[in-house]
Write a protein that binds this ligand. Structure first.
Ligand SMILES: Cc1ncc(COP(=O)(O)O)c(C=O)c1O
Length: 408
């Protein structure tokens, strides 16, 4: 009885049935190996173009040994809250290192980037009174988001009223941001942007946006999940946009992309970030990064910092990949970042493209509505450093064949 109410009144039967029929809902593929440039699935060897951990550190033998050594030394979990039990030495070293690299005073790690984003908004918009003197009340704060901001940022502000405490501006449109801020004089506001948008691979006009924030006397928050350790150095693309990143009031980054493990960090002024220990909620009321993971993240960051040629070479390969695509007439996202989107268009054709790639033993991420607007489906390919030239050639052959069969 109760279960039938759940299915009928709550709408799960229709959703499930239509979802599976429409190809939206399916069991996730179960991998029988590590998720690298190739993985084992249903007894087949699949070339994988879906991984976001594109440098594939987690299959590096030295990295695995480092993880193992630190598991023996620090155990697998902190097993308690940061404030009551403490953090492990690797957490402290990681927070210090990322502060040094980003030019920020203090960092606070979280189990994921999503939790860091949710914790940030919570910390900046809540009230807490611990005694007569120790109190804070920022329930009047407001947040101004780029419209293409990541789900975690929109989720973070969801409980706040749109139009009163939450505002948005058109994607990467500095003029529109200025207009929105002009209507918010004397408000305690934070402008929220990303450095590289996973939605379309575009790079935010970071310097101009930080200038507008300064003109209006408001705070800034840059989600650098996709730019961290990729962009910034003068010899790399988008050096001008990234040069001003350290001037943002707050920076967040995720360790699931370039570093390729799991975790996130919020960085900013020392006293404010310390206050976030109590105010973010997602630091105190959930698990921390596992200690060996924190130690391994630290190791990978040091490796990338001390050996810039790793990223330089990766970016050269990505540029060649992109050029090869445009040379064959594919429609791509306009910004040549390492996130390459190949436009398909029709949602129905997108399903056919995904299936055809799988039949050819390739997993290519195809995004369609609701991940993107209806009938603006695309393939989002982040090249893996460990893909061989032969695997990339095979991708191109298959892509050309599918394009002529599906006609996109
Ligand atoms: C811009 C952005 N912010 C935050 C996140 C969440 O990071 P994590 O995977 O560490 O939770 C992502 C990951 O997809 C992202 O692309």
């Amino acid at each position: 009885m109760v279960e039938s109410i759940l299915r009928e009144e709550w709408g799960f039967r229709t959703f499930f049935e239509a979802g599976t029929q429409g190809g939206f809902l399916y069991d996730p593929p179960i991998m029988d190996s590590a998720a690298g440039p190739v993985y084992e699935y249903a007894g087949r060897s699949i070339t994988n173009f879906s991984g976001i951990n594109f440098l594939n550190w987690h299959q590096d033998p030295d990295i695995l040994i480092h993880f193992f050594d630190n598991s023996l030394r620090y155990g697998l979990v902190t097993g308690g809250s940061r404030m009551t039990q403490g953090i492990s030495r690797p957490h402290a070293q990681l927070e210090e290192l990322v502060c040094r690299l980003t030019g920020k005073e203090r960092g606070l790690t979280f189990a994921s980037g999503l939790l860091a984003n949710i914790g940030f908004v919570h910390a900046m918009s809540s009230a807490l009174r611990l005694d007569k003197h120790c109190r804070i009340d920022n329930r009047d704060a407001c947040f101004v988001l780029d419209r293409d901001s990541h789900w975690s940022l929109w989720k973070a502000v969801q409980h706040l009223p749109y139009g009163k405490q939450v505002f948005s501006f058109r994607h990467n449109d500095v003029g529109h941001l200025r207009q929105v801020l002009n209507k918010l004089p004397n408000r305690k506001a934070v402008v929220i942007i990303e450095s590289v948008y996973s939605s379309d691979g575009s790079v935010g006009p970071i310097a101009e946006i930080l200038d507008v924030c300064r003109e209006h006397g408001v705070l800034s928050f840059v989600d650098d999940a996709n730019g961290f350790l990729v962009y910034g150095p003068k010899n790399r693309p988008f050096a001008t946009e990234f040069a001003r990143l350290p001037d943002a009031t707050f920076i967040m980054t995720s360790f699931s992309k370039t570093v390729g493990l799991e975790g996130g960090i919020l960085l900013g002024p020392r006293d404010v970030i310390m206050a976030f220990e109590l105010l973010s909620g997602t630091s105190m009321f959930t698990a921390a990064i596992q200690p060996p993971t924190a130690a391994t993240i630290h190791r990978i960051i040091r490796l990338l910092h001390d050996n810039p040629s790793i990223m330089d070479q990766y970016l050269v390969r990505v540029a060649a990949f992109r050029q090869r695509l445009s040379g064959r007439g594919y429609r791509l996202n306009p910004t040549p970042s390492y996130i390459t989107s190949i436009m398909i268009g029709s949602d129905t054709k997108a399903i056919a493209v995904r299936k055809a790639f799988l039949a050819a033993n390739m997993n290519v991420p195809v995004f369609r509505y609701p991940a993107v607007k209806p009938n603006q489906a695309l393939m989002r390919v982040i090249l893996n450093r460990s893909h061989s030239d032969a695997q990339i050639d095979a991708f191109f052959e298959t892509l050309d064949r599918i394009r002529s069969e599906v006609k996109f």
